[in-house]
Design a protein around this ligand. Structure first.
Ligand SMILES: Cc1cc2nc3c(=O)[nH]c(=O)nc-3n(C[C@H](O)[C@H](O)[C@H](O)COP(=O)(O)O)c2cc1C
Length: 189
């Protein structure tokens, strides 16, 4: 038995992305975005949905570039802070103590303290209504040097990303349920 909750933006889980950009005066800025994710493999693309009222919005339109820094759980308070105050009148890097690093590939800064960085060149944008979907071509992914990439992927527990509980709080990653493209084979006739 299901009850209708109406047409609303309720989905689990959501990421906590730190979107980095340079504003019109060249100042490094950060905002939190939970609405986004990987959307294409060839070419590798990532999309974020951003309201036109965000300071970040005009920065992405101008520079045609942005970064996504994946924060670890130690950065939860900073994630929340940069999601509440605008770069229009706050230096959010200075306030949080996070270090901006200029991407060598796209015209946007990333967060040095984040274990995983995704650098994006704007590919396309789609006006949806309240939000515009910015689709970025991934120019590079940079990971903290001590993270193990020997098997072509990263250990989610080592990265320790933040999971945003839609409209609620921030969570750490929980227990593994089994190997992808593997545990389902037990159900094959
Ligand atoms: C957890 C969380 C998730 C958020 N997700 C989004 C999002 O996906 N898109 C968006 O436009 N704003 C989102 N926001 C709000 C912006 O981060 C916030 O308005 C921020 O102050 C904008 O900064 P800016 O004006 O410097 O660009 C989120 C805020 C929080 C706290």
């Amino acid at each position: 038995m299901k009850k209708s909750l109406g047409a609303r933006t309720l989905s689990f889980p959501l990421p906590a992305f730190l979107v980095g950009s340079y504003d019109e005066e060249g100042r490094a800025n950060l905002m939190t975005a939970a609405w986004g994710g990987i959307v294409c493999s060839e070419p590798p693309c990532l999309a974020v949905a951003i309201r036109p009222s965000r300071w970040t919005f005009s920065a992405i339109v101008k520079n045609k570039a942005f970064t996504v820094s994946i924060p670890n759980s130690r950065l939860a308070a900073a994630v929340d802070y940069v999601g509440m105050f605008s770069g229009k009148d706050h230096d959010k890097f200075a306030r949080t103590g996070l270090t901006p690093v200029k991407s060598d590939l796209v015209n946007a800064p990333y967060v040095d303290e984040s274990p995983l960085i995704i650098e994006c060149q704007l590919h396309n944008s789609l006006e949806l209504g309240s939000h515009t979907l910015f689709v970025g071509c991934i120019a590079d992914v940079k990971a903290e040097a001590d993270l193990d990439f020997s098997r072509g992927s990263l250990d989610i527990n080592e990265v320790d990303p933040i999971i945003y509980n839609s409209g609620g709080d921030y969570h750490k990653v929980g227990a593994s349920l089994g190997k992808a493209y593997s545990i389902g084979m037990a159900l094959k006739a």
